[in-house]
Every structure is written in structure tokens, then in C-alpha cells.
Design a protein around this ligand. Structure first.
Ligand code: ZN
Length: 139
């Protein structure tokens, strides 16, 4: 069986990290599927999905600081010459993080560590409302 659901996630942009674990978990409950795999996919090329421990050091500083080293906001990006916008770093960061995550579903629950949350990281330079597709394949 395959079930697909969308969730909308409001973000502040600028490396805002939003915990979506509970909402993803709710889509499994709604699906009636007990065992399989859920794919969590962000629609759009300036945000990504991963897991992290959701604590202030990582959320408010460390992860953003790491991406600032890899793709600094103030660098020059050809993308910004193409569209005359300001989010070249957002696209590069999102490409590195990746748009999706697969998580095993066992007995109707996400298989996650105690300190492991599913997060959407929005790298764009303004607040956005994101569409996240949760697709569960299983029985
Ligand atoms: Zn752009």
C-alpha cells in the first residue's frame, strides 16, 4: 500500500530549523500502515530535511555556523547574476543537505533515536511556507 500526505510548514528562513517529527508521525497514524518506509520530501530547492538533536546549541548556532563556513552568505554566487536575487548560498546549502529523508516505520512508529528529531532546515532569505510530502510505502 502507498499513502501520500502533504504537510505545510511555516518557517522564518535564514537557516531556521523546524522540528516536524510529530507531524510526520501523525501522517503514519492516519495512513493505517504499520510497517514500511516513510519518505519525507521538501518541495523546493532552498530548504532541506535531515535529523538532529533538537537542542538550542545545535538549532540556534552550530548547524547554521557550519553552513556559513561551507557556503557563506556574503560570497559571490553566479546564481544571483542569473536571477538578480540574493539566495545563491541558500541553493548551495540545500543541495548539500538534500531535500529528503527515508525513515523505517515499525509497528506504526518512526524508528528514531531518543535524541533524534526530523527537521526541516530553511535556507532561504525570507519567511516561507513549505510543502513537505510524506509518502509511506508498506503494509
Ligand atoms: Zn534564487
Amino acid at each position: 500500500m502507498v499513502k501520500t500526505e502533504k504537510i505545510e510548514v511555516k518557517t522564518k528562513g535564514n537557516c531556521n530549523i523546524v522540528d516536524i517529527t510529530e507531524r510526520v508521525s501523525n501522517t503514519i497514524a492516519d495512513s493505517g500502515i504499520s510497517n514500511g518506509t516513510i519518505t519525507v520530501f521538501n518541495v523546493g530547492s532552498t530548504a532541506g530535511i535531515t535529523t538532529t538533536e533538537y537542542e538550542p546549541g545545535l538549532i540556534n548556532h552550530d548547524i547554521g555556523a557550519a553552513f556559513e563556513k561551507v557556503a557563506p552568505r556574503a560570497s559571490r554566487y553566479e546564481h544571483e547574476e542569473t536571477w538578480h536575487d540574493d539566495n545563491g548560498h541558500s541553493h548551495v546549502r540545500a543541495a548539500l543537505l538534500g531535500p529528503s529523508l527515508s525513515v523505517p516505520v515499525v509497528d506504526g512508529r518512526l524508528v528514531l533515536g531518543t535524541w533524534q528529531q526530523i527537521v526541516l532546515v530553511d535556507f532561504d532569505t525570507r519567511p516561507r511556507t513549505r510543502t513537505v510530502v510524506c509518502q509511506i510505502v508498506g503494509e
